[in-house]
Design a protein around this ligand. Structure first.
Ligand code: GLA
Length: 920
C-alpha cells in the first residue's frame, strides 16, 4: 500500500485487513500485501462474483451483468481502469475506484463464535465470503438507495466510521450452513431444524414481530416463508416489495427475533393462494404451459427470480442474514416429471445470487418425478413419519431427514366442514421426528388470513376460505392455543444445551361492538364504468383485468322460455333481465345453463360474473375467469356485447355513488362503527349472503353464509378509535344489513340450507344393474398408491368405484385420491370432473366429502358417514369425467392418515349411463 493511501487503507481496512484471507484457504495473505503480487491470483483466480449492491439502477445490479468484464479488468488492471469506470455507476464506481486506487478489493472472512440464533450476526456493515465459491462482497447497510448520490468523500468517511464504529461488529463473522451426510450443519455443528410456516402476506405487517416472537416462544428456531409471485409482480415488470409484500423486512425481523429463515420463493407456491402465486397476466399468453420449459413461462420466471435475488439474496446466511436455504418450485413431482425444468428453476435461483443450499419438496411417492441430485430433497407428509422417511430414503439414501410440510390441521373450503387436526397424532409424530434427529416444518405454524381476493381454489371447484386459521398452533389472530402450549412443552424437552424458550408475547387487545346497520347502498348496476364493446364475450384476463368482478351485457329478442348456456362461467354468474335477478349459474354445476322466462319484447340481459380465486393446485391452474364463450340462447349464439370491468380496487371503490336505504341484487353496502380504542375484532357476517368486505379501505377477504367461516378477522392495526368504515359487496343481499364486532372468530358453522345452488349435484338414480364391472380385485393394505390396469380399456363418461369391504373389517370406505389412467397409463386431468353420485359421506364431524377423492390432494380424503349412522358396504363413488373417456386403468391412493376406510375388495364400473337423472 502506498503512502497515505496505505495509511487510509489501514485506517479503513486496518482491523479488517487482519482477517484478509483467500476464500478457500485463508492463511497465506498477509496485510499490506500489494496486488498484483505473488498472491494476486486472488484477483486473477477468483473473479468477483458480484455483490456490490449499489443504489439499484433500473432494477438490475450493474455489477452482476459485468462480472466477466471486471474479472478481465482485475486481471489486467492497468489498461482497463477507465472502461471499468464507464461501466459502473454511483457507488460501484466509487468503491472500485477507491479499492483499485488502494489496489485493494477484498473479502473479509469473518470468524464467528458459535451462536445458535441468526440474530447475533446481523451486523449492519458487512464484508463477506462464500465458502464454496470465492465471492467478494462489499455490502453497506442502508446501502441500496442513496449511495449513488453521495459524494465519495462522505461515503468514504461513512465506511471508515462504520468500520470503526462496527469495530467488533465489522469483524462479526457470518455463519455457515451446509447439508451434511446425516444432518444440517450450522457452523459445522448439527442443527435440528424446528421450523414453522408463516406467510408474511397473511399477517398484517404491524403484527409480524408479535407472530415471530410467538413462533420463537413455541420453540421454533426457523420459519419457512413462501413468496407469492403475483403479489410481487402485479403487472409484468412492475415489482412491489413494500407493505405486506416487504418480505425482506419480514426476514430481518425473524433474524432479530432469533429465527432462521427457509425461503420458498416459488415461482409456483400453491398454498391455497390465488393461482398458486402465478401472475394472472401470463394467462394472456395463449396456450402457455405453466410450470414447464415453455420459454414464455420460463422467461417470466427468470425475470421474477432475478428480482427475488436482488431483494433477498443479501439476506442469506452467507451474507450475514437469516436465510439458510431456498426452495426451488413446490411439489413439482405432483405436477410433472421434467427434471430439466427443475434444473432451469435451480439455475434461475443461482443466477439470482442464491448461494445457500437449494432444495425441492414433494410427498415421498412423488419425489422421483423431476428428481435432480443437485437439489436437496425434502419430504411433505402429515402423518407416519417413520414410513414416509423410509420412502424418502429409498430415493435419497443420505442427507438430513427433513419434513418440509407437516400438517397440524388443514385449510378450509367454502361449504365444507372446518378442518381440525388430531392433536395427539400431531404431537406424537413431532416427537418421533425430534427423537430421530429429523428436521421438520409445521405447515402452518400460524396460518393467518388470506386478505383481499388472494384466496385460491382447489379442484374440483372448491374455493378456499379467506380465513387460513388452519387449526394451527398459533391461531388466525395470533393467539396461543392449547396446541401451542403442547408444542412448546414438547420442544422444551429437546432444546440445545443453554437454549431457552422466551415467554410468549401478549396477544393484541380485542374489542367488540354491537350490531351496526349498513344503511347506505350503491347498486352494482347503477355504478357501472364505461363499457367496452365486443362481438363475443371474452374472459376477464382478455380485458386486461386480473381480479374483481366483470359484467357482460347484451340485448336478447322477445320470445318464449329459452335456455341460456355459456361455455362456462368462472365462477358465479348472476343473471338478470332488465335489472331483475333471474337466477345464478355457478361453476359447481356440471353445465352453465339457466332457463330464461318468456319475454314479450326484447330485454337487456346482464350477467354479473364473480370469480373466486384461480385454481392453485393441479392441472387446472390455467384458470381463466369471466364468461367463457360461446353464449347461446335457445341454441343461437348471442353476439354484440358490452363489457363492464369492476376491479374492486381502491380507485373503483372510491368512485361508488352511495344512497341511503337498502338495495336489491348485487350492491355495495356502507356503514360505520365506533370504537373507544382500536383492537382486533371479528366481523359477524352471518346475516349477509356472499361477497367481499372492507374495513377502512382494507379488504379483509371473501365471505359466504354457507360457511364454515361466518366471521372476518379485522386486525386492530387497521382500525382506530372513533368511526371506522365498513363496505360490503354482497351479490345476493343480506337478510338484515347489520354487522357486529365479536370477540372470537366463527370458523366452523356450515349452513348448506343457505346455499343458492344447494344441490349442486343434480339428483340422480343409480343405474349399475345392467353394467358389467370393468374390473374387480383386492387392494393391498397400507397407504401406498396402487395403479390398477384393466384387462381391456373401457370407455365411458362415468367412473364408479364400489367398495365391498374394508381391510379393518369396519363398515366404512375412504379414498385419499382417485386418478383415471389413459391408454398410456397417464392420469387424465381432473379438469371438469364432478361427483355424480356418492351413497354416503361424512360432512358433519369431519370433511369426508366425496370431492376430496378427486381434489388432487392426497392428505384430504372421502370418508363414508360415521357420526350420524354408519351405512355398510357396498359403498359407491361415481365420478362424472365431463366427457366420454377411454380408460385403461385407475390409481387408487388410500387415505394417507391412520384410520378406517382403507378398501379391501372392490369393483369398478365404466360407462355413459351409470347414473340417470332422478325421475327418469
Ligand atoms: C401442499 C402445498 C402447500 C399447501 C398444502 C396444503 O402440500 O405444498 O403449499 O397447499 O399442500 O395446505
Amino acid at each position: 500500500m502506498t503512502g497515505c493511501a496505505a495509511g487510509l487503507g489501514r485506517a479503513f481496512f486496518g482491523p479488517v485487513v487482519v482477517a484478509w484471507r483467500k476464500a478457500d484457504s485463508i492463511t497465506n495473505i498477509s496485510p499490506g500485501c500489494r496486488p498484483p503480487c505473488k498472491n494476486s491470483s486472488i484477483f486473477r483466480g477468483v473473479g468477483i462474483d458480484a455483490a456490490i449492491h449499489p443504489a439499484q439502477v433500473g432494477g438490475k445490479s450493474p455489477l452482476q451483468a459485468d462480472t466477466v468484464n471486471f474479472r478481465r479488468a482485475a486481471a489486467g488492471r492497468h489498461q482497463r481502469e477507465p472502461d471499468i469506470q464507464q461501466k459502473w455507476n454511483g457507488i460501484n464506481k466509487f468503491i472500485l475506484r477507491e479499492a483499485i486506487q488502494r489496489e485493494f478489493i477484498g473479502i473479509i472472512q469473518q470468524v464467528e463464535p458459535l451462536a445458535a440464533s441468526p440474530a447475533a450476526s446481523s451486523g449492519w456493515l458487512k464484508f463477506g465470503t462464500n465458502s464454496s465459491r470465492v465471492k467478494k462482497q462489499i455490502v453497506v447497510a442502508g446501502r441500496r438507495n442513496h449511495y449513488g448520490r453521495m459524494n465519495n468523500r462522505i461515503l468514504g468517511l461513512l465506511l471508515a466510521v462504520g468500520l470503526l464504529a462496527g469495530g467488533g461488529r465489522a469483524a462479526e463473522p457470518a455463519h455457515t450452513f451446509a447439508i451434511g451426510t446425516n444432518d444440517f450443519l450450522l457452523d459445522g455443528q448439527r442443527l435440528q431444524i424446528r421450523c414453522g410456516e408463516i406467510h408474511a402476506a397473511r399477517v398484517p405487517k404491524e403484527y409480524w414481530r408479535q407472530r415471530l416472537k410467538l413462533a420463537k416462544a413455541m420453540g421454533l428456531n426457523t420459519v419457512c416463508a413462501y413468496l407469492f409471485w403475483n403479489l410481487h409482480e402485479p403487472r409484468p415488470g412492475e415489482f412491489v416489495w413494500s407493505g405486506q409484500a416487504d418480505d425482506a423486512e419480514f426476514c430481518r425481523i425473524a433474524q432479530e427475533e432469533g429465527l432462521w429463515v427457509i425461503l420458498r420463493p416459488g415461482p409456483y407456491s400453491c398454498a391455497e393462494w390465488e393461482m398458486g402465486g402465478t401472475p394472472w397476466w401470463l394467462l394472456n399468453e395463449d396456450g402457455i404451459k405453466f410450470r414447464s420449459r415453455d420459454p414464455r413461462y420460463l422467461g417470466a420466471v427468470q425475470t421474477y427470480l432475478k428480482e427475488v435475488g436482488r431483494v433477498l439474496a443479501p439476506l442469506q446466511i452467507t451474507h450475514g442474514g437469516p436465510i439458510l436455504m431456498v426452495q426451488a418450485e413446490n411439489e413439482y413431482g405432483f405436477y410433472g416429471k421434467d427434471a430439466q425444468y427443475m434444473g432451469a428453476i435451480r439455475q434461475g435461483l443461482l443466477d439470482a445470487g442464491f448461494d445457500v443450499p437449494l432444495f425441492a419438496c414433494n410427498p415421498p411417492y412423488a419425489m422421483k418425478n423431476g428428481f435432480r441430485p443437485d437439489l436437496f430433497q425434502a419430504a411433505n407428509f402429515g402423518s407416519d413419519p417413520a414410513g414416509n422417511f423410509q420412502k424418502a430414503r429409498s430415493i435419497v439414501p443420505t442427507g438430513p431427514l427433513f419434513c418440509s410440510e407437516f400438517y397440524p390441521g388443514w385449510f378450509d373450503s367454502w361449504g365444507q366442514p372446518h378442518h381440525l387436526g388430531k392433536t395427539d397424532k400431531y404431537l406424537g409424530d413431532l416427537e418421533y421426528m425430534l427423537q430421530h434427529d429429523a428436521s421438520f416444518s409445521i405447515y402452518m405454524a400460524h396460518g393467518g388470513t388470506t386478505f383481499g381476493l388472494w384466496a385460491g381454489c382447489n379442484t374440483p371447484f372448491a374455493p378456499e376460505t379467506s380465513s387460513y386459521d388452519y387449526d394451527a398452533p398459533i391461531s388466525e389472530a395470533g393467539w396461543t392455543t392449547p396446541k401451542f402450549f403442547q408444542t412448546r412443552a414438547l420442544f422444551a424437552k429437546y432444546l440445545l444445551p443453554g437454549e431457552t424458550l422466551p415467554e410468549p408475547p401478549p396477544a393484541n387487545p380485542v374489542v367488540t361492538f354491537t350490531p351496526v346497520e349498513l344503511d347506505e347502498t350503491a347498486p352494482v348496476l347503477a355504478n357501472l364504468p364505461a363499457g367496452l364493446p365486443d362481438m363475443k364475450p371474452g374472459n376477464m384476463e382478455h380485458y386486461d383485468q386480473g381480479y374483481g368482478c366483470i359484467l357482460y351485457r347484451t340485448t336478447i329478442p322477445a320470445g318464449g322460455p329459452a335456455v341460456l348456456e355459456a361455455g362456462a362461467i368462472h365462477d358465479f354468474g348472476y343473471v338478470s333481465l332488465d335489472g331483475k335477478r333471474i337466477g345464478i349459474v355457478d361453476r359447481r354445476q356440471a353445465t352453465a345453463k339457466l332457463l330464461l322466462p318468456a319475454r314479450a319484447e326484447s330485454a337487456r340481459l346482464d350477467i354479473l360474473v364473480e370469480p373466486m380465486g384461480r385454481v392453485n393446485f393441479g392441472a387446472g391452474m390455467a384458470d381463466h375467469k369471466g364468461l367463457i364463450a360461446p353464449v347461446t340462447l335457445g341454441g343461437a349464439e348471442l353476439t354484440g356485447w358490452q363489457i363492464f370491468r369492476l376491479p374492486l380496487d381502491d380507485a373503483f371503490l372510491a368512485g361508488l355513488q352511495y344512497q341511503k336505504g337498502p338495495a336489491e341484487g348485487a350492491a355495495f353496502w356502507r356503514g360505520k362503527f365506533r370504537l373507544e380504542q382500536a383492537g382486533d375484532t371479528f366481523l359477524d357476517l352471518s346475516h349477509w349472503g356472499k361477497g367481499d368486505v372492507w374495513v377502512n379501505g382494507h379488504c379483509l377477504g371473501r365471505y359466504w353464509n354457507i360457511g364454515p367461516t361466518q366471521t372476518a378477522y379485522a386486525p386492530g392495526c387497521w382500525l382506530h378509535a372513533g368511526d371506522n368504515e365498513i363496505v360490503i359487496l354482497d351479490t345476493v343481499g343480506p337478510d338484515v344489513p347489520v354487522v357486529a364486532g365479536l370477540a372470537k372468530p366463527v370458523l366452523d358453522e356450515l349452513h348448506p340450507e343457505k346455499d343458492f345452488n344447494r344441490s349442486h349435484r343434480p339428483p340422480v338414480k343409480l343405474n349399475l344393474a345392467a353394467v358389467k364391472p370393468a374390473n374387480s380385485g383386492t387392494f393391498a393394505p397400507g397407504a401406498e398408491p396402487q395403479d390398477i390396469k384393466f384387462a381391456a380399456p373401457a370407455s365411458g363418461r362415468f367412473f364408479c368405484l364400489e367398495s365391498l369391504n374394508a381391510h379393518d373389517g369396519k363398515p366404512f370406505a375412504a379414498v385419499g385420491e382417485l386418478d383415471v389412467l389413459d391408454a398410456t397409463g397417464k392420469p387424465i386431468s381432473h379438469d371438469g370432473w364432478t361427483i355424480a353420485y356418492v351413497d354416503s359421506e361424512e360432512t358433519a364431524q369431519e370433511d369426508g366429502s366425496a370431492e376430496n377423492a378427486i381434489d388432487g390432494q392426497t392428505v384430504s380424503f372421502w370418508h363414508t358417514q360415521w357420526s350420524d349412522g354408519t351405512p355398510d358396504h357396498p359403498h359407491r363413488l361415481i365420478v362424472n369425467l365431463g366427457k366420454t373417456q377411454s380408460i385403461a386403468g385407475f390409481r387408487y391412493v388410500p387415505r394417507q392418515s391412520e384410520g378406517g376406510g382403507r378398501i379391501k375388495d372392490y369393483r369398478v364400473y365404466v360407462g355413459d349411463e351409470l347414473v340417470l337423472p332422478a325421475g327418469k
